[in-house]
Design a protein around this ligand. Structure first.
Ligand code: DGJ
Length: 734
């Protein structure tokens, strides 16, 4: 779709800007980078750094962009480049730069002047604008790339850097983008976390100076802080109103986002890979491509921004974003490392009994000299444990087949336990300081993916599994350790390690996808320690958190839902939490449903409920996976939380509602207004996923207009006896 490339030179609009002198006026060009609803407008003049003159809702008349600057009277910034489209360091800049270098001659200054720009259309509403900048004093070139997905109002921005100096130039900072925003005030919604506490939000008004969001963890880099954030303009963020910008660094490693409120009250967002301990020595003529910074803007609040981003993600990014998914039964929490072939044979039968599509064998199936019977041995030795699995993976695949289900398998191919054959054989493949004691995370170390031999090893591990005659149909790709003692015995330049590691990972994933384009893979990192849109190009789903207590999950899934569509959110019913299985299932069903419980331990009614739930899920999963998502009631501020999905014609929808308050009398006192329906259509509402023997409190014979449902709403009758309710909303055709 996107390889149909046709180039159109963008006409340079020599527009006179009243705020500038006559000599500049004649040479100024306006570069509008527009999507369906939004625009970023640059103003450029030969030899000077392009300036951002507008960022926001698109104006119907392009000619008016040139009048915007004159309407601001914020004072002087002294440098004249506060609003640079990409701020260089060491010349006139007085604020956080986007780029900082040491030239081959040792000079630290950089100036960037506009040379040219062009826009090429890539088809399907996608275009790329390229703006070329050069240092007037050095043969050093920076190109700004803006890839615009017009229909979804999403922009991907990155930078390429090259030079023709006599020796390498050291890049100290190399942001993907720096945005320049104007509002009266700015509110940042950021996230922090840890294992089992992913996506904890915090929203605050930005104050003058710099706020940095970053990671220095290397591999599961997003554990403490994910690379996503949002900025709302003038007010705290709202679901259906107000201007909001969502941002994300597409990079599965160390990232850095600086949010600088300058003295004139402009907000600068400088985002990219983290330059911490990562000077990059760029050889003459070599091209350095930064990761992508992704953003979307909406003047209709968070809900609209999310739906646009979800659409973009499904259409352009997530592997099989508009495709199917496999429901599954995982054995991690029911067996941990403790299983035998006989036990697995039973679990395969249970998979069939439950009615899900696939059985996922988790950690513990490998290692012989150092069997993987706990997390302190075996990682790296990817051969079936002969004692546990005498028949090997192939026999399990056959057994799965005989049960009419598919078979998936867990891998953590980037890691090694010191107690492993791999560790003994290839000490030089491991990231560790030569002169220091090893420091372990979960008893393991990280393999050096900057080394092509290690990349081959990881690729061959996956290839070995997928190319077997009876091969698994799914992989859960885990990554549990961070990088300590960052040192590669392969690299001559140690400050390249953090960048080259991630690039090495992408090289492997590219190779896997070239050979196995569609096999589903779950992105897991001890929970959600590594999810971003660069990684999701290769994965069909991700594991948001090991915390599957459904009450906790309502909050975690809610926050992820701002940035990722439900089709990629793997939600499992487990033994975490004391809630009834109905509540757990209703929470898991609002994304990609899976199970991680011992089916044999379910009582008769719970089993019957679960079997029926899988069937029910099959009847609504397309709405959840491919529909538009509407957040209805925020769990942070209400006793009842609700979320719904509707199809694009507004004929069918499903609403999930949960009791999140636990005080006496907490219940759904008022109707919940729905969204995404057609006001003109009439609907019937029926409660689904009922526990065997229970009766619905919702009248399924009543009919309601879309207008009623969206203005007044419907009460799902949530209370301490009905803690979760799933409603199906279906158009009644006359
Ligand atoms: C961490 C993952 O998040 C869990 O689901 C499980 O796969 C364990 N690793 C296995 O070691």
């Amino acid at each position: 779709m996107m390889n149909k490339i046709s180039y159109f030179r963008c006409f340079l609009i020599g527009t006179m800007l009243s705020a500038f002198s006559f000599s500049s006026l004649a040479q100024s060009v306006i570069i509008p980078i527009e999507s369906k609803s939004n625009a970023i407008v640059l103003q450029a003049k030969q030899g000077s750094i392009p300036k951002v003159v507008y960022f926001g809702t698109r104006l119907p008349n392009k000619d008016e962009y040139s009048k915007i600057s004159a309407q601001y009277r914020q004072g002087t910034d002294y440098s004249g480049i506060f609003n640079a489209a990409y701020t260089p360091s060491g010349s006139r800049n007085l604020i956080e730069p986007a780029i900082s270098v040491t030239h081959a001659d040792g000079n630290n200054s950089l100036d960037l002047g506009y040379v040219s720009h062009e826009t090429r259309t890539l088809g399907n509403g996608v275009s790329e604008t390229l703006v070329i900048l050069k240092d007037p004093a050095y043969p050093f070139q920076v190109s700004l790339h803006y890839k615009v997905y017009a229909n979804e109002d999403v922009v991907e921005q990155w930078t390429t850097i090259r030079h023709q100096e006599k020796k390498p130039v050291v890049l100290h900072k190399y942001a993907s983008a720096n945005l320049f925003l104007k509002a009266n005030s700015y509110w940042l919604r950021q996230y922090h976390g840890d294992w089992a506490k992913e996506m904890q939000p915090e929203e605050s008004k930005l104050t003058y100076g710099i706020k940095t969001l970053d990671s220095k963890l290397g591999t599961r880099a997003h554990l403490y802080q994910p690379p996503v954030f949002m900025i709302s303009f003038d007010n705290p963020s709202m679901e259906d109103q107000g201007s909001v910008l969502y941002g994300q660094v597409e990079w599965s490693g160390n990232f850095r986002v600086d949010l600088e409120l300058d003295p004139l009250n402009n907000l600068h967002i400088t985002a990219g890979a983290n330059n911490h301990a990562s000077d990059y020595s760029l050889k003459p003529k070599e091209e350095f491509k930064t990761p992508v910074f992704l953003y979307t803007f909406s003047d209709k609040g968070k809900g609209d921004a999310s739906r646009k981003l979800h659409r973009w993600a499904r259409n352009y990014r997530i592997l099989e974003g508009n495709g199917e998914r496999l429901t599954l039964l995982n054995n991690w929490e029911s067996t941990f490392f403790n299983f035998t072939e006989t036990k697995l044979a039973q679990l395969l039968k249970d998979t069939r009994k439950l009615g899900v599509d696939l059985f996922l064998l988790d950690d513990g199936w490998f290692g012989n000299k150092f069997p993987r019977n706990s997390d302190n041995a075996g990682l790296g030795d990817w051969q079936e444990n002969r004692q546990k699995l005498p028949g090997g993976i192939a026999s399990l695949v056959k057994e799965a087949d005989a049960n009419g289900v598919k078979f998936g398998i867990w891998l953590e191919p980037e890691m090694v336990n010191p107690k492993s054959e791999l560790y003994l054989k290839h000490p030089d493949w491991i990231i560790k300081q030569p002169n220091r004691e090893e420091y372990l995370y979960r008893n393991q170390l990280v393999l050096d993916l900057s080394n092509p031999k290690v990349q081959d090893f990881v690729f061959n591990t996956v290839d070995g599994l997928f190319s077997m005659k009876n091969s698994p149909a799914y992989i859960k790709w885990d990554c549990n350790a961070v990088i300590y003692n960052a040192y590669s015995s392969h690299l001559s330049n140690q400050s390249h390690l953090y960048l080259d590691y991630v690039q090495g990972l992408y090289n492997v994933l590219e190779r896997i996808r070239a050979k196995y384009p569609k096999i589903p893979m779950m992105l897991c990192s001890g929970g959600g320690g590594r999810v971003d849109y660069a990684a999701l190009k290769y994965f069909t789903e991700f594991w948001p958190s090991d915390n599957t207590d459904p009450l906790e999950r309502i909050f975690i899934q809610w926050e992820y839902s701002h940035f990722y569509p439900a089709i990629v959110s793997a939600n499992h019913v487990t033994d975490w939490g004391k809630q009834a299985i109905k509540f757990k299932t209703d929470v898991a069903m609002s994304g990609k449903l899976g199970y991680d419980i011992d089916i044999a331990h379910l009582n008769e009614k719970d089993l019957q409920f679960s079997q029926e739930a899988v069937q029910t899920y099959n009847s609504i999963k397309h709405l959840v996976w491919h529909g538009d998502q509407y957040r209805l009631l925020d769990p942070w501020t209400n006793d009842v939380s609700a979320m719904m999905y509707s199809n694009d014609t507004g004929t069918s929808a499903v609403m999930f509602s949960y009791l999140v308050g636990n005080r006496y009398g907490d219940e759904s006192k008022s109707p919940i207004p729905l969204k995404g329906l057609d006001p003109q259509k009439n609907y019937r509402i029926s409660e689904i996923n009922l526990y065997p023997g229970s009766k619905s409190a919702v009248d399924s014979n009543a009919t309601y207009s879309g207008s009623f449902l969206m203005k007044v709403g419907i009460n799902p009758v949530i209370n301490s006896g009905r803690k979760s309710v799933v409603l199906q909303i279906t158009e009644i055709k006359n």
